[in-house]
Design a binder for this molecule. Sequence first.
Ligand code: G4P
Length: 278
Amino acid sequence: ANIQWYPGHMNKAKNQLEDNLDLIDVLIEVLDARLPVSSRNPMIGQLTKKKPHIVILNKSDLADPIQTKLWTKYFQKEGSFVMSMDAQHNTNMTALFKLIKLAAKEKTEKLEQKGASNPVIRVALAGIPNCGKSTIINRLVGRNAAIVGDKPGVTKGQSWLKTKTNVQILDTPGILWPKFSDQTVGYKLAACGAIKEDIFHADDVALFAINFLKENYTKDLEKFARLNIDQINDLSDPDLLLEMTQNYGMRDDYERFSKFMLLRLRKGRIGRITFDLR
Ligand code: G4P
């Protein structure tokens, strides 16, 4: 979905999540592992301080594994429960179920002292569009697609999804807005497909990506550009874009090549690239 964020939308999204926060035991914040800063909602801290909180670095199959390790440590230091995940290819959610139980431990233990056995743990997911929230929910729910039924206080039309454990999931994830702090953040989000590219021209995003790869992922750029580092360094970024366009047989159609390059980049075909470096 191509969501345009306006102050009104942002307020509504925040209020909905705040309302739902009262109903849940654990909030799962889904981030794009390639963009642990840029894909993070700027106000999430205000929401998560009230609840046990798990950070999922999703799409880790597309991200730089060394960076994902560094970011995992960073979020752990911050006091969050954290795990990286490839929700598209990995169906085994055992580790996430364990983490949810750990995050809810305080509440569960209180209830168990009062005599409850295996009390229900309620969780909700939140994150920017396209970060993988629905995919993760489907993985957690698996074949247990049965809906638990409306509960008072839940936004109309929302209900709890059962899993094979005592964890239940709010069926509608919270959709949050990303950072909009500056143009670089916008380019990073566009390069990963986290926002629709038509906010920017494809060639501007491609030029941004070429420059970023040149600085940080030289080997991947050499391979994809079909040029060696000396050839790359001899060219200005726009000339490099034109050279790459020619190397891919697209003559001087750099716009077509830019779109092609972004598709490859977003699918991880240029390499495992993290755009927010720790
Ligand atoms: P959302 O609910 O947060 O909006 O995201 P959703 O689950 O719909 O996932 C968005 C896209 O990202 C989907 O691809 C999905 O398959 C993909 N995806 C989710 N998790 C992962 C992951 O861990 N790794 C990879 N590589 N992909 C993941 P799609 O429907 O094909 O959309 P698109 O690729 O055309 O954007």
